[in-house]
Ligand binder design. Structure first.
Ligand SMILES: Nc1ncnc2c1ncn2[C@@H]1O[C@H](COP(=O)(O)OP(=O)(O)OP(=O)(O)O)[C@@H](O)[C@H]1O
Ligand SMILES: [Mg+2]
Length: 449
């Protein structure tokens, strides 16, 4: 099976690391250096450090890696250090100590000219408040980075037009930003960042100022753009649903520290502490849990080379009236029922494939439970979970889906009267996620027997 750690599967692990941050600290104040060199102060809380030294902890002991092509989300309450971190990564804020490696190079060792090269060629930044030049057209704004880099006017306009079209603003090239809605202005901000063809895009709450409908559309479009352009994204938000929707992995920050990194599913199902739990308690598991998590192994799996009489006996022994049939290497062929087998035996048939029921519903392991509801509701049999090569991975029952929905409702009711612990605003009691249905452990084994 695919091993997971911090939300990185072993498949992802093959992808090159493109941003590596190591024990990064950022303190604001005159005594910053003294604090990071003092072992006792390093351990002190943010409040203590402020009281004793007058310094504000922006970041402490932050370490993580982002892989090429990853959509990496930084999430946390206001003041938790998200902007400081994203700014430190391209040294718009100078880290106090630590290491930042981009494409294998320690960028803290960079002089001004290499730093400016990095910002112009390797990274692009999108800000919450767009940061557009108000007296320049959409086209000029989008082409601005190329102008700074000395591109001739035709070439920069040509490239800017490509990205203006990609962000859906074709026809608006000659308007001023003020003529555009907030969402459209942020599209210009994204086009401007992309026109320079950066490998890494840093986005600091890019959609926070937009109303929910526009915001959702912008999220969809950004995800589509990323799939097409294969950029590496570091995306800041304080909106959990946004993070869960767009992120391959999410890092949750508190008081300048990263307290959990994981896939959306990991963060939802195993929050590392009450602070993370506070964040995820409003999330709807059916929108996050996938078929991989809720699927089960069937009591019986039939193999294409088995005869109908043997198959019928196996179903009867297991007291079930249908089963999936797989070929060699676990490729799913279909489903047979007791009735179908009896008919086949009566007509003297010998091949299971002649009794396959065509009425079979399948889904991918990444399908979210919410999208499975109409599938299981319309299917007479459990829905088969398959991989890209149609290998059978497990099955999803109506009852499993209903259980996860009931659990969700139960949690909503339960969440209401919970008393705050004052500090984090949540109860210290763990939530009910520990009753998760079985993981995909052994799944592939089952399919490969
Ligand atoms: N220039 C500065 N001088 C002093 N303190 C700062 C400075 N910039 C940030 N801080 C402090 O660093 C901490 C982290 O701030 P930061 O802006 O990174 O938080 P954030 O997570 O981006 O919050 P928000 O969601 O409100 O944008 C806060 O306590 C903040 O007060
Ligand atoms: Mg911020």
């Amino acid at each position: 099976m695919v091993e997971e750690q911090n939300g990185i599967t072993s498949l992802d692990a093959d992808r090159e690391v493109c941003v590596e941050v190591d024990d990064l600290w950022k303190l604001f104040g005159a005594q910053a250096q003294r604090i990071v060199e003092d072992p006792e102060l390093r351990m002190a809380s943010k409040e203590e450090i402020l009281q004793k030294t007058g310094c504000v902890v922006g970041l402490r002991n932050v370490s993580f890696e982002v892989r090429r092509g990853e959509f990496f989300v930084l999430m946390g309450l206001s003041g938790s250090g998200k902007s400081t971190l994203i700014r430190c990564i391209i040294r718009l804020a100078e880290p106090t100590i630590g290491r930042i490696i981009i494409n294998g190079e320690d960028i803290l060792a960079y002089d001004e000219s290499r730093l400016s090269h990095l910002r112009r060629h390797t990274t692009g930044m999108v800000f919450q408040h767009f940061g557009l030049l108000p007296h320049r057209s959409v086209l000029d704004n989008a082409a601005y980075g190329l102008k700074v880099r000395g591109f001739p006017v035709e070439e920069r306009y040509e490239r800017a037009r490509v990205f203006i079209e990609k962000v859906g603003l074709k026809g608006w090239e000659h308007h001023l930003p003020a003529a555009l809605s907030g969402g459209m202005q942020q599209r210009v901000g994204i086009a401007r960042a992309l026109t320079g063809d950066p490998e890494i895009l840093l986005l600091d709450e890019p959609f926070s100022g937009l109303d929910p409908l526009i915001r959702r559309q912008m999220q969809d479009d950004l995800m589509e753009l990323q799939a097409e352009l294969k950029k590496t994204l570091l995306f800041v938000t304080h909106d959990l649903h946004e993070a869960l929707k767009v992120g391959d992995r999410i890092a949750i920050m508190r008081d300048g520290e990263i307290i959990q990194i994981g896939s959306p599913e990991e963060v939802i199902t195993s929050p590392s502490d009450s602070y993370v739990r506070q964040f995820v308690q409003d999330a709807s598991p059916t929108r996050v849990l996938t078929a991989r998590t809720v699927m089960e192994q069937p009591p019986v799996l039939l193999y294409s080379w088995q005869g109908p009489k043997a198959a019928l006996q196996i179903l009867r022994d297991a007291n079930v009236d249908s089963a999936f049939v797989v070929a060699r290497r676990g490729r799913l062929l279909g489903m047979v029922t007791v009735e179908g087998l009896v008919r086949l035996i009566r007509s003297k048939g010998t091949f299971l494939k002649d009794a396959l029921d065509a009425d079979l519903t399948t889904c991918s392991a990444d399908a979210v439970v919410e999208d499975l509801v109409p599938l299981v509701a319309a299917s007479r049999y459990p829905v088969a979970v398959v991989d890209e090569e149609e290998h059978f991975l497990g099955e999803v029952y109506v009852s499993t889906i209903i259980a996860s929905m009931i659990r969700e409702q139960g949690e909503e009711e339960e969440a209401a009267p919970v008393e705050s612990d004052g500090e984090t605003g949540v109860s210290g009691e763990p939530r009910v996620y520990d009753e998760e249905p079985s993981s995909d452990e052994g799944t592939k084994e089952g399919a490969q027997q």
